[in-house]
Design a protein around this ligand. Structure first.
Ligand SMILES: Cc1ncc(COP(=O)(O)O)c(C=O)c1O
Length: 954
């Protein structure tokens, strides 16, 4: 097995590489990360990702670094678990001081330390549940006490029996005896025990992000991060943010009551007690990963009221918003939302340490929690000391850092708002507070530029923009976890005016690019092309589109839906696809495609309608793969065609998920997928068009051959790749007309056996025809004169009798050189052929000029149907070159622009045509699976003609 070339998250790193974002940074300082260019010189990049918000003070803040060194130099005890932790305690004290300042009158909040944000979230959830379980316990103890008191009161006559049992489920009679009273209390206990097993319910907000560990991921709204793990996690109910009524009714839905007894006016009375089933509500004061959405003060006030009424603790996740990022230490203090829990992380580690903290309101705090929850590294001596110094730096000069965050943030926001005003067509919204900022671009999934449109539809627009900003303007921005069109900006408080202007310049260029729909500047830095790209040009209405409008998307769906997994791209098709790329040369475009290897699934195109001359219609949708022919060749050369198989499988499944039952794949891609058969997607007919390609090629050959050679009967046909599925069919069908077949194999393992199988197929077909009687032609006619065959005829041998091996043996005995079929791996044999059919799967041409007889016809179905052999015929006027597997159609454009491969208008590859024909005729699997027989070829050619497709001989 090959070893991976990279061990740490190779896929992710590879995907980042698609956008040139996989730089190796070697140094970091303030708001800059540095990488080395080819000459070894440090190149600074303005880092606005800011460690996903963990760098309030910037990279490697000198005072924190100095403190860290000092701590290590003086041998600070990093790990002294099970001892007193004075520094952790001081961090708690500072945090409490800040809390008291921002929420005057707040109770103390004991602190539990953890190592990451998600861990703090989970510690809070655990604590909520611990607290709930203890509340359930004390409720039941209270009930037990009350029941005991009631029993005693009834026993000593100080209380009468209950006269109302309506609170109990079922028909429990009003007790008249001590025994019946006992039964009633049993029913109360049963009801309560039933409640005890109820799972807790937690609430979170739609769009929330709270981490990706087993528990926290269930509080993260985006199903991408949550869904696969749902069966492992807690039941979490999501409610819309800023909608108090929704929260109130969601909580009401989970209201449960335990039963208790009380002695009221001398009578035992059944009463309900609220049963604590709600674990808690967790909120971010400003949703970060969810797209920078703030909670309103009105909502905050109602949350507090509603949760107090329902006994629901409020957990405030300040992991991203806290530490002063928004201009106050706690973002919740902007909206006056006092939490029962606060969570901090990210910048608490000062950009060096990894630590987080959960603070719990004293009156809710369960000290016993400390005995059941711990983590080896939490509250270690080194990191807590770094956290303390970080807090000191933030708190210095009366909290100047918070004011700076607010001021710098306003300045950045001002720039972004100006851009939004200047480019309302490009910038949808600018949101943020302090240094937690998001810029949302308008949806580009319908953009004029296909490159921009495709990236947007794939949810990758911000990566493309981020790539441009990074590679051209040396600015690093991040995406958010859940909003595909948003750039996230979270710099440190030390952001300079010059850096803000650098951002303005970069974003202005982005806005110009998007406004003018010019993809070239975005792609250029990914191509390795030297120099600067040309000036931005206007491609809002591409010229090609003006000249030849895209076929209109159909209004009503057609009766049939056909998907096409798109053919490999050439630089020309790319340029045709997006005219803004016209100035990029082949090498640059291929480099871009190569880079996109891990993200090659382009979004499906809108459907295009084809109406057959028979009147029936199909809607065609292309599922493109951004793969060049060069790459396919490379896969083939390096023995990695399985990669193509995987791609095809994925795309066919996507097409099926969109309701397609027939899928065409590029002709020749069939060699990788077993002609569609190896793509085992149930319920879908997949065709590479091989049957139609064989039929169309032979049909295309007939007239030119007659014109050149007068008659077919005396011809020799060579089939290069004669052992393959297509080659075998071409040979067998040609044998019906011509005198001699030369089968050429690759010489690779198994090739001789495959050629022999084709040879035998020819003999068997011939014998079957001979035995059937009637007029004979081709090899059957010649064989019928052989003594063995005449004897068989005389004996009345059946046409079905397996006869190929006997014929082969007979011919071997009778002739030095087989006069009918030659199987060889020597290309020199081709020299005797009048017609050469190239049906091999070699990624490089195998025929050379010297192999071709004067005046020969070459029909090329070689490598992926792309004409690997076309080069040899240039410079030989005597040869006639026919592109195999290409059909003509009356309509100019069937496929969306850019997806018709290297074909001319009015032409179509057999894979597409066969898929359409199969869908229109309902022939499905019957014609696309199994060996390519004469009957099948004729049937599909007939159907193709009926539906408007003709073989072409150019
Ligand atoms: C609000 C919020 N909560 C929790 C987390 C999880 O933090 P961590 O990645 O340190 O586990 C994040 C991370 O971005 C966050 O933004």
């Amino acid at each position: 097995m090959n070893s991976p070339t990279r061990y740490a998250e190779a896929l992710l790193t590879g995907m980042l590489g698609t956008f040139g974002l996989n730089l190796k940074y070697v140094r970091a300082e303030r708001n800059s990360l540095y990488y080395l260019d080819e000459s070894g010189t440090e190149v600074p990049v303005l880092d606005l990702v800011g460690g996903w918000g963990s760098l309030m003070l910037g990279h490697n803040h000198p005072e924190i670094v100095a403190h860290a060194k000092e701590l290590l130099d003086t041998g600070v005890p990093v790990h002294s678990q099970f001892s007193e932790h004075p520094t952790a305690d001081r961090v708690g004290a500072v945090l409490n001081g800040i809390l008291g300042r921002e929420f005057p009158g707040a109770e103390p909040y004991p602190v539990i330390f953890a190592n990451s944000g998600a861990e703090a979230v989970e510690a809070a959830v655990k604590h909520c549940e611990f607290d709930r379980v203890l509340r359930v316990k004390s409720l039941f103890e209270q009930v037990e006490w009350n029941v005991d008191a009631a029993v005693r009161a009834v026993g000593d006559g100080s209380a009468r029996l209950p006269d109302d049992t309506s609170l109990l489920p079922g028909d429990v009679p009003v007790p008249t005896t001590a025994e019946e009273f006992g039964a009633l209390l049993g029913a109360v206990a049963a009801h309560n025990i039933g409640l005890a097993g109820t799972s807790p319910v937690f609430f979170a907000l739609e769009r929330a992000f709270h981490g990706k560990l087993l528990g926290s991921t269930q509080f993260t709204f985006n199903p991408t991060f949550r869904a696969a793990f749902a069966s492992l996690g807690l039941p979490v109910t999501f409610v819309p943010p800023n909608d108090a009524a929704a929260l109130e009714s969601a909580l009401a839905e989970h209201r449960l009551a335990a039963l208790d007894v009380e002695v009221v006016d001398g009578r035992v009375t059944l009463v309900e007690r609220p049963f604590p089933v709600v674990g808690g509500l967790i909120v971010e004061p400003i949703q970060g990963e969810g797209g920078i959405h703030a909670l309103t003060p009105e909502y905050a006030a109602r949350v507090r009221e509603i949760c107090d009424a329902a006994g629901c603790p409020v957990v405030i996740d300040e992991i991203q918003t806290g530490m002063g990022r928004t201009g106050k230490f706690f973002a919740s203090s902007h909206i006056g939302l006092l939490g029962d829990y606060y969570l901090l992380g990210k910048s608490l580690g000062g950009g060096i340490g990894k630590t987080s903290a959960m603070l719990v309101r004293q009156s809710r705090y369960r000290p016993e929690f400390e005995l059941v929850h711990s983590s080896t590294f939490a509250k270690d001596g080194f990191t807590t000391a770094i956290a303390l110094r970080t807090l000191e730096l933030l708190e210095a000069d009366g909290g100047a850092a918070y004011d700076l965050a607010a001021e710098r943030g306003e300045r950045v926001l001002g720039v972004l708002r100006e851009l939004a005003e200047e480019y309302p067509d490009v910038v949808l919204d600018v949101r943020g507070k302090g240094l937690l900022i998001g810029l949302e671009f308008a949806d580009q999934s319908q953009a004029a530029s296909p490159v921009i449109r495709e990236k947007a539809a794939a949810g990758l627009l911000v990566f493309l923009i981020g790539s441009y900003l990074q590679l051209v303007h040396r600015i690093r921005t991040g995406p958010t976890a859940s909003v595909p069109n948003m750039l996230r900006i979270e710099p440190s408080i030390h952001l300079t005016d010059a850096e803000i202007e650098q951002l303005r310049t970069g974003l202005t260029a982005v806005c110009e690019i998007l406004r003018h729909q010019d993809a070239l500047p975005l792609i250029h830095p990914l191509t390795g092309a030297a120099g600067q790209p040309r000036e931005i040009q206007d491609f809002r209405t591409p010229q090609a589109e003006a000249a030849a409008p895209e076929p209109a998307a159909p209004a009503e769906p057609a009766a049939h839906k056909v998907a096409l997994v798109s053919y490999p791209l050439t630089p020309d098709t790319l340029r045709e696809l997006d005219p803004s790329l016209a100035d990029l040369d082949d090498a640059a475009l291929l480099a871009y495609v190569q880079r996109s290897e891990l993200l090659k699934d382009l979004p499906a195109t809108p459907p295009v309608r084809y109406t057959s001359p028979q009147g029936a219609s199909v809607d065609l949708t292309v599922y493109p793969l951004l793969v060049s022919q060069h790459q396919l060749r490379a896969y083939r050369t390096t023995g990695q065609t399985f990669l193509i198989g995987l791609d095809l499988d994925r795309r066919v499944r996507a097409a099926k998920a969109d309701g397609h039952e027939t899928v065409g794949i590029g002709f020749g891609l069939g060699t990788v997928s077993g002609h569609g058969g190896a793509l085992r997607v149930p319920g879908v007919t997949v065709t590479a068009g091989s049957t139609l390609a064989v039929g169309a090629t032979l049909a295309a050959l007939e007239q030119p051959a007659l014109a050149r050679f007068g008659d077919l009967a005396g011809l020799t046909v060579a089939v290069v790749g004669g052992g393959g599925r297509v080659g075998s069919a071409l040979a067998a069908l040609s044998a019906e007309y011509v005198a001699r077949i030369v089968l050429v194999g690759s010489g690779r393992e198994g090739s001789a056996e495959r050629l022999r199988a084709t040879e035998h197929r020819i003999y068997q077909d011939a014998w079957t025809r001979i035995a059937a009687g009637g007029e004979l032609s081709g090899i059957a006619a010649a064989l019928s004169a052989e003594p063995l065959v005449t004897k068989w005829l005389a004996d009345g041998r059946s046409g079905d009798e397996p006869s190929a091996a006997a014929i082969a043996a007979h011919l071997a005995d009778s002739y030095d050189v087989n006069p009918f079929v030659v199987a060889t791996d020597d290309l020199a044999e081709v020299r005797n052929a009048h017609a050469v059919l190239a049906a091999h799967s070699s990624p490089v041409p195998v025929l050379a000029e010297k192999h071709l007889a004067q005046g020969a016809i070459v029909a090329d179905l070689s490598f992926f149907g792309t004409g690997a052999e076309s080069a040899i015929v240039t410079g030989r006027d005597d040869l006639l070159y026919i592109r195999g597997g290409v059909l003509s159609v009356a309509e100019d454009t069937i496929l969306p622009r850019g997806f018709n491969g290297p074909l001319n208008t009015g032409e179509l590859l057999a894979g597409t045509a066969e898929a359409i024909v199969l869908a229109l005729s309902g022939a499905g699997g019957t014609l696309s699976e199994g060996a390519i027989t004469q009957e099948r070829v004729h049937a599909i050619i007939d159907l193709a003609q009926q539906h408007g497709f003709e073989a072409i001989s150019t």
